[in-house]
Design a protein around this ligand. Structure first.
Ligand SMILES: Cc1cc2nc3c(=O)[nH]c(=O)nc-3n(C[C@H](O)[C@H](O)[C@H](O)COP(=O)(O)OP(=O)(O)OC[C@H]3O[C@@H](n4cnc5c(N)ncnc54)[C@H](O)[C@@H]3O)c2cc1C
Length: 404
């Protein structure tokens, strides 16, 4: 008989939903994961070269603290999934580099020597083939998000998956949340439901008069191709470089006998077109040139080999939505991960089980990384709700552990 009763129902199998499904299953809970695509990591999470590193904001704000803690969690958690380790954040200026001021700033931001290392122009040239000074983040790196999503749920038999099925609406009955498809067939039911379906979360909460204020930001990455004979290999960075844009170190394609170089990305607000554009090719070429400046390699032999286009889901304050909906019991949202999918999905995989099931493991992990309910309230979806509801926005971690 088809089983439809679960502890947790998750809608959306991108990096948010799969990280969460994996976590809940490890806590011993019975999880159902539903996606309208035919497998995990098919939409924005199909990104094969996502990077993550700490940001050097101006102040040690609450948000900086949350993002830094989330970075530490991610750097620690995804051990064998990193495809390349170490990110060089290059300075904007080519030469001027006030090491003392930068060192002071890192200290002020709580970024210690375990995470960051200052690198002079000479060292940057020697170690990374980069023509600017900057900061080296040893534990940062890049990951294939699509592969990660697949790894987290395919072959994980404690997660029940339903593919190629859109959740058209949700409804509460007798203490359970029920999910229905377009033909009004009941797909599954669970006491707890997590909407980890990016823009789709808005559609599912609309009947309850809730607005999440999500907006699309189109992004295109280019994989450029060049030959060994072009002489470009010796002139490109040997590591991941981040700055105005970012690039991965070139990789040799043994089939095409050429090199591939991923560079990105465009940031086109209020645009949800998934079609590749030559304008974005040019934009990314411009980013590539900017990252190599003041050196100006001859890019005439560089060709676009592949493109990835995705739509970032973003809120009006550019922070993710991670938390419960105050007006809907046991409904949680993980959406609007913006350009930091890996970071926020990792954080959500602890924050949501801590909220929904008082998971002692998740609570302990959050506490170890300095994350408390006060900090996490900044990410609660309730921050956009007006009046009395807003005062209810603080996520309260339940006191009694229910899950292992
Ligand atoms: C160009 C570009 C570059 C980026 N670079 C980085 C980077 O370097 N580092 C980084 O960390 N992040 C990066 N990101 C962001 C990252 O890719 C996203 O934040 C992340 O993939 C979002 O994951 P998600 O699970 O929230 O959404 P998605 O991956 O979009 O998953 C949502 C899923 O929900 C499903 N769904 C929606 N509605 C329904 C429904 N009603 N029923 C069933 N299923 C439904 C969809 O089919 C989809 O599979 C980048 C994004 C872009 C576009």
């Amino acid at each position: 008989m088809l089983q439809t009763q679960f502890d947790v129902l998750i809608v959306g199998a991108g990096v948010a939903g799969t990280a969460l499904a994996n976590q809940y299953s490890q806590l011993g809970l019975h999880v159902c994961l539903i996606d309208e695509q035919d497998g995990p990591g098919r939409c924005t999470s199909a990104h094969a070269g996502a990077i993550t590193h700490p940001a050097l904001g101006r102040t040690a704000s609450k948000l900086h603290k949350i993002a830094l803690a989330a970075f530490r969690l991610a750097a620690n958690d995804w051990q064998e999934h990193w495809e390349s380790r170490g990110v060089f954040l290059q300075s904007k200026e080519h030469v001027s580099f006030d090491a003392a001021a930068l060192s002071e700033k890192l200290h002020h931001l709580g970024i210690g020597a375990d995470i960051a290392e200052l690198v002079s122009l000479e060292q940057a040239k020697q170690r990374f083939g980069v023509n600017r000074p900057g900061v080296w983040f040893r534990t940062a790196g890049s990951m294939n998000l699509g592969k990660l999503c697949q790894h987290l749920v395919l072959g994980n038999y404690s997660v029940h998956t339903i593919w190629s099925t859109k959740v058209a609406r949700i409804e509460k009955a007798s203490g359970n949340w029920l999910a229905f498809d377009d033909d009004n067939n009941q797909l599954a039911k669970a006491q707890t439901i997590v909407l980890a379906n990016a823009f789709g979360a808005q559609t599912l909460v609309e009947p309850f008069d809730i607005k999440l204020f999500l907006k699309p930001v189109r992004g295109q990455l280019n994989v450029f191709e060049f030959t060994k004979e072009s002489g470009l290999l010796a002139r490109l960075p040997k590591t991941i470089v981040s700055g105005e844009g970012y690039c991965l170190p070139p990789r040799y394609d043994s089939v095409r006998k050429n090199y591939h170089w991923l560079v990105g990305s465009s940031y086109d607000e209020h645009d949800d077109s998934l079609l590749p554009r030559s304008q974005s090719d040019q934009h990314n070429l411009g980013l590539a040139k900017g990252m190599l400046a003041p050196i100006e390699p001859d890019f005439s032999s560089l060709k676009t080999f592949d493109r990835f286009v995705g739509i970032r889901c973003v809120t009006k304050d550019r922070l993710p939505l991670i938390g419960g909906l105050p007006t809907l019991d046991n409904v949680y949202v993980v959406s609007a991960l913006g350009s930091r999918g890996l970071l926020w999905a990792t954080l959500a995989s602890y924050a949501i089980p801590a909220l929904s099931h008082s998971s002692a493991f998740a609570l302990d992990r959050l506490a170890r990384f300095g994350l408390d309910s006060d900090l996490l309230s900044s990410l609660s979806p309730a921050r956009f709700l007006a009046g009395a509801l807003a005062s209810n926005s603080k996520p309260i971690f339940p006191p009694t552990p229910k899950a292992r």
